[in-house]
Design a binder for this molecule. Structure first.
Ligand code: G4P
Ligand code: NA
Ligand code: NA
Length: 189
């Protein structure tokens, strides 16, 4: 997606540890016009499938999923990462291993908001090792719903998440795939 590539090249920054900072339009400040185009593109790529609901994880996935959902005309559910006294205790849980923190944490969705047989599209900002995605798939499986595919804005093609999911037969649509961030240079596939 050329618009997104141009945005990444003009406003993204490579940080130590193969991290691409996109705070200027995706992870802190939000470029709504761009998000709108990303939403249309996700819809174009998944319009052949029946989508009953979009699932994402807080925090960064929410804006992307919410804007895309307007094109699908379906509800968005986001998994909660933070423990909350007010969260319905009856939840589906997924485990996410965080490489940055070196430990596993749980994400949760109330059983009220996912139902058996529903067709679930997962949308997220980054796909790196795929740990967050695995946790979301675990939640979908716990609900006996169908994981019909994943749409991600930026896939880091040099990490294993995307390959593993595709090897398992899952549909993964990435709006851009980055093959390398070596030497402060962004190389797209
Ligand atoms: P994974 O879920 O794909 O395995 O991601 P990983 O554990 O490797 O990364 C942890 C967090 O860092 C995730 O966000 C992921 O989206 C994000 N991330 C991974 N690589 C990059 C990158 O190059 N740039 C940026 N900006 N983020 C990256 P999170 O903490 O789970 O989500 P959120 O609270 O931001 O929504
Ligand atoms: Na994320
Ligand atoms: Na993130």
């Amino acid at each position: 997606m050329d618009l997104l590539k141009e945005k990444i090249l003009s406003e993204g920054h490579v940080r130590e540890g193969n991290i691409l900072k996109v705070d200027r339009f995706l992870n802190h400040q939000l470029d709504i016009r761009l998000l709108n185009e990303l939403g249309k593109e996700f819809h174009r790529r998944f319009s052949h499938l029946p989508v009953d609901k979009i699932l994402t994880a807080e925090v960064s996935g929410i804006a992307i999923a919410a804007i895309a959902a307007q094109y699908f005309q379906v509800p968005v559910v986001f998994a909660k990462k933070l423990e909350s006294k007010n969260l319905d205790p009856d939840t589906y849980e997924g485990e996410v291993y965080s490489y940055t923190k070196g430990k596993t944490y749980k994400i949760r969705v109330s059983k009220q908001y996912l139902s058996p047989g529903e067709n679930i599209l997962v949308l997220d900002d980054f796909l790196a090792n795929g740990e967050a995605m695995k946790g979301l798939i675990e939640i979908i499986q716990g609900a006996k719903a169908h994981f019909i595919g994943a749409g991600v804005v930026i896939e880091k093609g040099f990490q294993n998440g995307g390959r593993e999911l595709r090897d398992q037969g899952h549909l993964v649509e990435s709006l851009v795939i980055i093959d390398s961030l070596e030497n402060n240079e962004i190389t797209f596939r």
